[in-house]
Ligand binder design. Structure first.
Ligand code: NAP
Length: 278
């Protein structure tokens, strides 16, 4: 709609132009030819995100830290979906390593469209008797690492005038979920949620988008050591009375990564079986 001012002339608007859009909603979700970095890409959630995006046509750079399976998983994705994949060993708490790996991905793939900063550890830290070294390690990976990945990719995105970052936060950034005591993890994930909102405002100036996903309990290696009793307590506090298969997160990451979400930025997508709505 065109507005006019008092003397009938058309005032200069600050309104940004709408992006080109597909009419078909399924086409909006396509990722053909785009390059996506996924940190923690051979982990439980990361691998399923990678599969979801590859199925939609994206080429995938899997970042891992200590996994022995990363190359095999990347080869499986390439074969299953006929896309290009590659693996990079990148400790996300090392800023220089993150910056170099972003450059390497661009050399190898020719472009970068999406950064998914998903790596994280849940080590108990932040309690009165917990070790300071554990606090520092959890913060370095879960919070500093998330920022380093966004920063390195964001510098590329700003030059391009487009690009999009997705963090894996957690419902633990919303609630101090029990019975496990993990104050540092919870605080880092709350920090990631606010980092999402803050960067979304800054990046919007040049066309970048930033969002996060806050999963509830997802059945991956991260909770493999948790006891039966602990999990029973989780289920009793979750309205859907279960944890999730990581495949139940694929669609939300695809939405955020694709042009289906061109007007979504600064959002925190909570996928937690209802845990935090009680
Ligand atoms: P996971 O299977 O244990 O995956 C964790 C991933 O983080 C692994 O791929 C691991 O890579 C990577 N990682 C750990 N330390 C790293 C480091 N220093 N540098 C780079 N990568 C590192 O657990 P997940 O459930 O998929 O977790 C993925 C994300 O979801 C985490 O951020 C977690 O906090 C979040 N989350 C999980 C749940 C849940 O219930 N599962 C709920 C909410 C949020 P390597 O294996 O190569 O070392």
């Amino acid at each position: 709609m065109t507005a006019t001012n008092g003397n009938g002339t058309q005032p200069k608007s600050i309104r940004a132009p709408n992006p080109p859009l597909e009419d078909s909603v399924f086409k909006m979700f396509r990722m053909d030819g785009k390059t996506v970095i996924i940190t923690g890409g051979s982990g439980g959630i990361g691998y399923e995100i990678a599969r979801g995006l590859a199925e939609a046509g994206a080429n995938i750079a899997i970042w891992y830290n200590s996994s022995k399976q990363a190359s095999k998983l990347a080869a499986t994705i390439a074969k299953d979906f006929n896309v290009k994949t590659a693996v990079y060993q990148v400790p996300v708490e090392n800023h220089d390593a993150v910056e170099s790996a972003v450059e390497k991905v661009i050399q190898d793939f020719g472009r970068l469209d999406v950064m998914i900063a998903n790596a994280g550890i849940p080590t108990k830290a932040g309690g009165l008797d917990d070790k300071i070294e554990d606090w520092n390690r959890v913060r370095a990976i879960d919070f500093d690492g998330a920022y380093y990945c966004a920063r390195a990719a964001g510098q590329v995105f700003r030059k391009q005038g487009y690009g999009n970052c997705i963090f894996t936060a957690s419902m633990s950034g919303h609630a101090a979920n029990v019975p496990q005591e993990q104050a540092c993890y919870n605080a880092c994930k709350a920090g990631v949620i606010h980092l999402t909102k803050s960067l979304a405002v800054e990046w919007a100036k040049w066309g970048g988008r930033v969002n996060c996903v806050s999963p509830g309990y997802i059945d991956t290696a991260i909770s493999a050591d948790c006891t039966f009793e602990m999990k029973e307590e989780w289920f009793s506090l979750t309205p859907l009375k279960r944890d999730a298969d990581p495949r139940e997160l694929k669609a939300i990451y695809l939405y955020l990564a694709s042009d289906a979400s061109t007007y979504t930025t600064g959002s925190d997508m909570v996928v937690d079986g209802g845990y935090t709505c009680r």
